[in-house]
Ligand binder design. Structure first.
Ligand code: PLP
Length: 496
């Protein structure tokens, strides 16, 4: 068996890959990180001839070291199949001078499907490997997209239940409708009167509550997480960076070994961290361009070295990135602190006590390959319009944050030539109102589904099944609760 995973807050706490997936979060609020990040052991030439599933196997076998080849192939083949509406799984398209990696061809039309299509298989396989007889209760906080993707993945999966909390007034109408119409018998969805950070903090508190966990255990349940704090989310996200890089080789756009930049619209820092892990596995990435919206805590961090969440939470047109506590940044902090759990734990303690921490100069030097910038909602709208005017391609608001920041990066650094991959994290159909009014403000007078039909006409992209499914679906989840009552409603859901 290969390397272990270790807590970012306590170097004594280790887990195998399957144990880490089952637990989700380490004790004391730490996150599991791999002790090693192995280099790819097949060449880019070989990888460029493989399909998505084959590349996924080559990447994931190196990271999930206690899964057998057979188990992994079963998980991968079950996840990346005709649920995706494009047989490439992740098509890479060229627009606005960059390669757009379309990560939204899964069941719920956001990039969260890339990992959440496979997580239920990894989780149930891990439970079997570790002789777990408890029912696994997935607790999820969502800024809009994780919720539905996790619901779709775990719906009616035997041995699991899933509870999702979303900010009642902080998601798009389509995102909300997708969640509250979920039909899986083992699902529970609640809006909370608070923002995403409140939801995420509430969930983390339940994970860390020893008494609650013991009570659950005595009733035959145990918690796990479908948020990107779970390495079972992160590892599958490494795959599409390797895959997209090798697609550029396969199509003759670059040669194996050529450097690229990646631009990632960022919230909880999971997606861009996966890009970073992909580079440690061998994908030659020059700059990681971290794109934020008006909640620009990460831009400030990369420019000043101080992380400071003491500021107003702003509702933007890219709600899935409305976050002030980017959980996965902790994994990067741990690494640039020389894999020091002690130093990292101290920073995280400061963050929870004062809302801020400042990294050392040496740590800041280690961030050289990261670049941060941000786009306002107004700039996002202009960018959607501009890209549409260029060649009729319609991007969603989150992707537009990335495109706008890429333009700023080129302007600021003068690097206009390095081939660049932009992560396109959601279908424009998920944020139809913001997207259509960006193209023409007059659209605001129309209804949500009229806008869907208009977008189909305008973009010549077929309406995704995920949207057709909710047109006339019945609302089944009506719970709204205060953030203080999250534990109570979870217990109600479990009948304990
Ligand atoms: C979740 C999400 C993001 C942010 O991804 P992180 O991994 O949390 O940084 C960006 N765009 C969309 C559409 C998302 O759903």
């Amino acid at each position: 068996m290969g390397f272990l995973y270790r807590s970012t807050r306590n170097s004594e706490e280790t887990a195998t890959a399957s144990e880490a997936i089952l637990k989700g979060l380490a004790n004391e609020g730490g996150l599991f990180v791999p002790d090693e990040i192995p280099e790819l052991d097949v060449s880019f030439e070989e990888l460029s001839k493989m399909n998505y599933r084959e590349v996924a196997f080559e990447v994931m076998k190196l990271m999930l070291t206690d899964f057998t080849d057979e188990e992994l192939r079963y998980c991968i083949n079950s996840a990346y199949d005709s649920k995706f509406d494009n047989e490439l799984i992740v098509p890479v398209k060229y627009h606005h001078g960059a390669y757009i990696m379309e990560l939204f061809h899964g069941k719920t039309i956001a990039f969260k499907d890339m990992a959440l299509s496979i997580l239920p298989y990894l989780m149930t396989t891990a439970a079997r490997k570790n002789n777990i007889s408890n029912e696994i209760v997935i607790l999820t906080a969502t800024s809009g997209d994780t919720g539905k993707a996790a619901l779709a993945g775990f719906a009616d999966v035997p041995g699991t239940k899933i509870a999702v909390f979303y900010p009642k007034n902080g998601v798009s109408p389509i995102q909300e409708k997708q969640m509250v119409t979920e039909r899986g018998k083992n699902t529970f969805v609640a809006g909370i009167t608070g923002n995403f950070d409140d939801a995420q903090t509430g969930v983390k508190l339940m994970f860390q509550d020893k008494a609650l966990n013991e009570e659950l255990n005595s009733k035959g349940f145990q918690f796990s997480s479908a948020n990107s704090i779970n390495i079972g989310r992160l590892v599958p996200q490494i795959v599409y960076y390797v895959y997209s890089y090798t697609r550029l080789i396969a199509s003759g756009k670059i040669k194996a070994g050529d450097k690229i930049n990646v631009v990632v619209p960022t919230g909880n820092f999971g997606n861009i961290l996966a890009a970073y892990y992909a580079s440690l596995m061998g994908v030659p990435v020059d700059r990681f361009i971290c794109a934020s919206n008006d909640n620009k805590v990460l831009y400030d961090f990369f420019t000043t070295g101080t992380y400071d969440r003491n500021r107003d939470f702003i509702l933007t047109s890219s709600p899935s990135m409305d976050i002030l506590i980017s959980s996965n940044l902790e994994r990067l902090i741990y690494r640039i602190a020389g894999n020091s759990a002690e130093d990292n734990a101290e920073f995280m303690k400061q963050l929870s006590e004062t809302g801020r921490y400042k990294i050392t100069d040496q740590m800041k030097k280690n961030l050289f390959h990261f670049y941060g910038n941000f786009a306002t909602s107004d700039e996002v709208a202009k960018t959607i319009r501009k890209v549409y005017d260029e060649d009729g391609y319609v991007i969603d608001t989150h992707t537009a944050v990335a495109v706008n920041v890429y333009d700023k990066f080129k302007e600021e650094t003068g690097d206009k030539d390095t081939p660049t991959l932009i992560a396109s994290t959601a279908s424009p159909y998920k944020f139809t109102r913001s997207v259509m009014t960006a193209i023409n403000p007059a659209y605001d007078a129309k209804g949500d589904f009229e806008l869907v039909d208009e977008l189909a006409r305008l973009s010549a992209v077929k309406i995704p099944q995920a949207i057709e499914d909710i047109r006339s679906a019945e609302v089944l989840h009506k719970t709204v609760c205060d953030k203080e009552d999250m534990e109570k409603v979870v217990k109600g859901f479990l009948g304990i």
